[in-house]
Design a binder for this molecule. Structure first.
Ligand code: AKG
Ligand code: FE2
Length: 321
């Protein structure tokens, strides 16, 4: 296998779990058990029965393409702010200090209340930067944000049940989430870009849970426990979700946050909708709350907000400015 290739494996390595009966409550326990097994294994799952309407996905993707195809000058007007809202041009993100910048651009937005305001309680909060050239963007993006949050909430409830906790254990401070949503555009990666060029270099996700809506192009790869890269090809009508670092910390390493990367060799452009779900910034991440006072946490307790500040400062050049 040449560099940056990935093994094609059978579908049970990355399980497919239908969450319909968790969403409607008809058999939450069975789904919770399946989620628990998957999270203590690879930590990546295809989710069926997620409930995000296809039409919403389609219109969000259309808005995203309209945005990325706009002129650099127009996109410049919403260039990413210090609070991580807006357009991140190619070169704005890299996953390792000495890596080539990722070959992607993205548009990032976050929670706002029904009147369009957002709390001013954390460095990673700020006005969403809606492009004036795309008047529908705000409504569509916020509709998608809410729909993806319903999936995240449902999954967090399943995880809590799987861990033997109260269903809403992970959702106690959750009314103004620190989550970020992104539209991520990967141009077709030219062969000449070199073998150390990735759409997104190998990384684990920072926060609690990632809800990914990929398209039919492919290119996502996940590292298995032996260090081998395996392909996570598109499966129609599924989302991919993965445990991120803060949930791994919350569960004292029982849930796995697994490295992944994107190599878009398809010759086609690729577009993902990504929700990096996190609860409110004040949420205390302490494994003793999950496993009881006798648990010896591998990491000291930290708030969600402090943890994300630390991770962001490392990863994004606009936060280093
Ligand atoms: O686009 C994808 O398939 C993955 C994106 C990703 O890993 C991320 O945004 O953290
Ligand atoms: Fe990721």
């Amino acid at each position: 296998m040449s560099y940056a290739d990935a093994k094609q494996v059978s579908s049970d390595v990355i399980p497919v779990i239908d969450i319909t009966s968790l969403r409607d409550g008809t058999d939450a326990e069975t789904v919770a058990r399946q989620l628990h097994v998957a999270n203590t294994g690879l930590g990546f799952i295809y989710i069926k029965g997620h409930g995000i309407p296809n039409e919403l996905i389609t219109k969000t993707r259309t808005a995203a393409f309209e945005f990325f195809r706009a002129s650099p000058k127009n996109k410049e007007a919403v260039r990413v702010s210090k609070s991580h809202r807006g357009w991140i041009a190619v070169g704005g993100a890299k996953m390792e200090d000495d890596a080539k910048p990722d070959l992607k651009e993205s548009f990032v937005w976050g929670y706002q209340d029904k009147t369009g305001n957002m709390p001013d309680d954390h460095e990673l909060r700020g006005e969403n930067q809606w492009p004036t050239f795309s008047p529908n963007m705000e409504n569509i993006a916020m509709e998608y944000f809410e729909a993806a949050h319903l999936v995240a909430h449902c999954l967090m409830q399943g995880f809590a049940l799987g861990l033997g906790l109260e269903r809403d254990f992970f959702l106690q401070t959750n009314d103004a989430p620190l989550s970020r949503a992104s539209m991520v555009y990967y141009p077709a990666q030219p062969e000449a870009a070199g073998k150390d060029q990735f759409g997104v270099g190998a990384h684990t996700d920072f926060g609690v849970l990632t809800v990914l809506c990929q398209d039919d192009v492919g290119g996502l790869q996940v590292q298995d426990i032996n260090g081998e890269w395996i392909a996570a090809p598109p499966i129609e009508n599924t989302l991919i979700i993965n445990v991120a670092d803060l949930l791994s910390r919350w569960t004292n390493g029982a849930y796995k946050s697994t490295p992944h990367r994107v190599v878009n060799r398809s010759g086609r452009e690729r577009l993902s909708l990504v929700l990096a779900y996190d609860p409110n910034p004040e949420t205390m991440i302490d494994a003793r709350d999950v496993f009881g006072p006798e648990c010896a946490p591998e990491n000291p307790p930290i708030t969600c907000g402090d943890y994300l500040n630390w991770r962001f400062a490392k990863a994004f050049s606009h936060k280093k400015a």
